[in-house]
Design a protein around this ligand. Structure first.
Ligand code: NDP
Length: 419
């Protein structure tokens, strides 16, 4: 019996909410609150008669702590699920602390405008100290550790697929499979085709900023940064086939390096087709990926936000997308003194997702883990107070829940390794 407030009603949130409604014995009451209330109302209408969960909706500006506090104090949830954008992480965490409510999200914080002096100096210092230049990092949210501990509250960070399930796979490997893990390669393959020349599978602004940034990986405790898309490999993915994949910076590398410090190398690869890369490079070259406002015919516009307006809404890709995703982790290490390799992954079918919840597999593979993370907090299976990423918790009940709610794991005991 739990009351939950979900903030955001985009592609990922819509899947997470529908999944919460499948577990209506736990999620008995749910409020959907977002910037555009009509989206929340439309989803509530779609779910009418299909679930015992009692759904209400509200409008909220999650950049505004006072507004959030008023909403949380009025609704009195046990948990706030932040499925808006990473820009809102800190305001929602502040509101949760003020109201004494547990918090969770699916992506780590990044400042919306890195040029603001408040963020710029800090960002430049971190680039120098840590050696990677992505705009997002965990430091902003890790700074809340003591506050959440003192308040006796849990903040679960990054319970999507990657970050999220990939870290649970790492925790599982550490708990059950290896005595010592030497290397981790996280492989994110989207073999889906939506038929557009160019579209992103989740929020375009977040997606394009991530992909166009320099890549990086961790070797012997140090970050190594490389030009964007400069390390390319081919891999033959189960149920998808041969794909080109590129080494990217990704947020879970940062927390895994802290929480599994013995690992000598951690890398993240994502597959991209040539058309996607050509479009992205061209948009970047003409300045369309910039987050710095420019004047256009007397109006101030942010190029990447204007681009978002032109691109297909990721939430509308569902009916067009065919094919499968395959996301997982390849480990090398030692068990009982012997060298061992092991691969754990999930394969998810875009069309099956659409049949079930009306969305494509990228939203599905993020929304289901968001719901499963919430389930862990609400059922008390994950209850260590403070600010934590997924690998810090027991992976077993989470992976069992993922198996049950639509993202079952597959295992390969003798995988092809990535050179
Ligand atoms: P969308 O852009 O589809 O949805 C974002 C939602 O947040 C929209 O409903 C939007 O409202 C709402 N929102 C934005 N700003 C505010 C605000 N200030 N106040 C209230 N609501 C706001 O994004 P996605 O669903 O694709 O992504 C959601 C999150 O999931 C992102 O943080 C993304 O980084 C993360 N993600 C994580 C992955 C993982 O594996 N861990 C993978 C993919 C995504 P409006 O309708 O008005 O625009």
């Amino acid at each position: 019996m739990s009351r939950v407030l979900v903030i955001g009603c985009g592609g990922v949130a819509q899947v997470a909410i529908q999944k919460c409604c499948q577990a209506d014995d736990v999620f008995t009451e749910l409020m959907i609150a977002s910037r555009t209330k009509s989206k929340c109302d439309a989803l509530a209408e779609k779910l009418k008669g299909k679930t015992k969960t009692v759904i209400t909706t509200a409008k909220v500006d999650a950049d505004n702590v006072e507004e959030l506090v008023a909403l949380i104090n009025d609704y009195k949830p046990e948990l706030v699920m932040n499925i808006a954008l990473p820009y809102q992480d800190l305001t929602i965490m502040d509101a949760c602390l003020e109201c004494g409510v547990n918090y969770m999200d699916t992506a780590n914080y990044e400042p919306e405008d890195i040029e603001e002096p408040q963020w710029k100096a800090r960002y430049e210092k971190r680039c120098k100290e840590k050696g990677f230049s992505a705009y997002f990092d965990y430091s902003y949210q890790w700074e809340y550790k003591e506050k959440f501990e003192k308040a006796g509250l849990v903040a679960l960070l990054g319970s999507g697929f990657d970050p999220g399930v990939t870290q649970a796979y790492c925790a599982y490997a550490k708990k059950h499979i290896f005595d010592e893990i030497d290397t981790i390669d996280i492989l994110d393959c989207n073999g889906g085709d939506h038929g557009y020349a160019f579209a992103t599978n989740f929020n375009p602004e977040i997606n394009l900023r991530e992909v166009s940034a320099p890549g990086s990986y961790i070797e012997n405790g140090k970050w190594i940064e490389i030009p964007a898309m400069s390390i390319k490999r081919e891999y033959d993915f189960d149920q998808v086939g041969m794909k080109d994949m590129y080494l990217l910076h990704h947020e879970e590398l940062e927390s895994l390096a802290v929480n599994i410090p013995e690992v000598k190398r951690i890398r993240f690869f994502m597959t991209f087709g040539q058309s996607y890369l050509d479009h992205m490079r061209c948009l970047e070259d003409v300045g369309m990926l910039s987050t710095t406002p420019v004047m256009h015919e007397g109006h101030e516009i942010v190029p990447i936000q204007f681009l978002k307006t032109l691109l297909p809404d990721p939430a509308t890709l569902g009916p067009r997308t065919k094919g499968k995703t395959n996301i997982g982790c390849i480990f090398t290490g030692k068990k009982d003194g012997k060298e061992k390799t092991w691969y754990i992954y999930n394969v998810c079918d875009h069309e099956e997702c659409y049949k079930e919840v009306g969305s494509q597999a990228i939203s599905y593979t993020t929304g289901v883990p968001a719901m499963c993370g919430a389930l862990m907090l609400l059922t008390g299976k994950w209850n260590t107070v403070g600010v934590h990423t997924v690998e810090e918790f027991d992976p077993d009940p989470y992976l069992d829940a993922l198996d049950k709610y639509g993202l079952p794991r597959s295992i390969n005991e003798a995988p092809t390794l990535v050179d």
